[in-house]
Design a protein around this ligand. Sequence first.
Ligand code: AMP
Length: 497
Amino acid sequence: MLRKFLSKLKQTFKSGAAPAAPKPATGAKHGKPASREGAHRPERKPAPHSGQSGHSGHARPAPAPRPAHAPARTTPAAHTPRAAHAAKPLPEVPKLATAFTALGLSDRLAYAVQQKGYEIPTPIQVQAIPVVLAGKDVIGSAQTGTGKTAAFSLPILQRLGTHGPIRCLVLEPTRELALQVEESFKNYSKYTDLRTTVIYGGVGYGKQREDLAHGMDILVATPGRLLDFMEQGEIRLDHIQTLVLDEVDRMLDMGFLPDVKRIVAKVPKSRQTLFFTATLPPEIEQLAAWALRDPFKIAVSRERSTAETITHAFYPVVQAQKFELLAHLLEQTQYHSVIIFSRTKSGADYVASRLKQAGHTCAVMHSDRSQQERVDALKGFKSGKHEVLVATDIAARGLDIADVSHVINFDVPENPEDYVHRIGRTGRAQKSGDAFTLVTEETWRDARSIERFIGMSIDWKKVDGFNYTYSGIFDGGGMPQVAPEKPKSRLTRGGRR
Ligand code: AMP
C-alpha cells in the first residue's frame, strides 16, 4: 500500500518536474549582478541536464520554466507527507555524560560529536548551545574556525527532534560553506532520523530537485538558488521554525543582502533567528535589528594562543633542500611520534614516499584518501605502528591524538590560524611538544604573519652539520629577522607545487 503510494508520488513528481533545460541567466532577475555563487568552483558535478552555458560559472542559470500546460508544481519539499517516510528504528547509542550532554544535548547528538573526536566544547559552543536550546535569538560575532557550525547545528537538531516538514533554513554565502554546513548537520544527526539537504547555484537543478523531493528537516542554501526554487513554488518556508543567517558580512560583500531580505520576509515571524557575522557594519546592524527579536549576544574570536608547553622553531632553507633538511632534522631529533604538515596533497604524498624510501614507517592523510584509508592512517599512527603521519590541514583540526611529540610544518601554512591548529596537535594536556617549521624565501612573509598572529617571535635555528645552500633568507647576519622586506625570489607567495 505504502509502496504503491510512494511510486505514485514519484510518478506525479517526475511528470510535474520534467526538467526543461534551464536558460543561462541574465543575472538581472533579482536586481543584482550575475550570480556570484557561480564564481565558486562547484564541488558536485552539475546534473546532466543542467544546460549550463560555457559561462555559467558567472551566471546563475534560470530555473527550468514551467511548461504552460503543466499544473503548478506541488511543493514536494515543503509538503513531504510524513507517511511517505517509512520510520526505520534508530540505532542504539550509549548513555553518556560528557561536556556536551552537560550543555543539555541528548545522547544521540553527544555520541555523534564524540565520534567526531570533539571532547571539549569551544567557547562559542559553551555560550550558544544552551541559549539556542532555550529557543532564544542569537547574534554571534564569530568566524569560521571557532566551532560556530556545531554551536548552532547541535541545538537546532535537538529542538527539531524527529523527522517532519522543513523547519530549519540555513543561509550561506557560498556553495563551499553551504556544503560544509550540510556535512556538519549530517554528521551530527547521524543517530537521528533528521534529514538535511543543500542547494546552491552554478550547477543544474535536477539533482537538487530530486534531493528536495525526498523531504528534509533542514535546508542549507545559498540565497540566489533558494529564491529560484521559491519562485517556482518548489520550496515554501511556511513551517520554518529556525532561521540561520550565517556569515552575514560575507553575504553583504557579495551583494546578497536584498536577496536575504526577500527570503527573511517569507519566513514566519514567530521563528527563532540565529545570526552570525564576523563584523557588524551599520547595514548589518540594521538587518539584525529587523530580523531578530531581543537577541542574546555572543562574541568570540579565533584561537590565537598556542599551548605554553610548545617550543617553536623556524628552520630557514632553500626550496630544493627542504626534504634533505627534513630528513636531517628527523635524524637529529629524539621524537616519539611526529606529524608532518604539507600545504598540498601531492606534497604530502611526495614527502611520505621519500620518508618511506628512507626507512620511516609512515601514514598519509589528505582529502583524496578514502574515509577508510584515513581511518586506517589515524589508527596506525595512534597505535604507534607508524611513527610519522604526513598530512594536509585536513588533520589540523578536531583530531585529538595523545602524545604527539613533534609537529613539523614541511610548508609554512598559508593562514596563520592554521599554524595554531596544526601545532595544537602537540603539547596537548600539558605534555611538552616541539613545533618546527621549514621556511623558504618564498614563505618568509607567511612565517612573519604567524609571529604577528600568535603575538610572539619564534627562534630561527640551523641544523648542525647540514650542508646549506645559500639563499636570500640567510642574509643579514645569517638569520632572517633582518632579512630584506621583499623576498628576492620571483616565486610568488603561497605557490603550489
Ligand atoms: P567551524 O567554526 O564550525 O567551521 O569549525 C571549525 C572546525 O572545528 C571544524 O573542523 C570542526 O569539525 C571543528 N570543531 C568544532 N567543534 C569542535 C570541538 N568542540 N572540538 C574540536 N573540534 C571542533
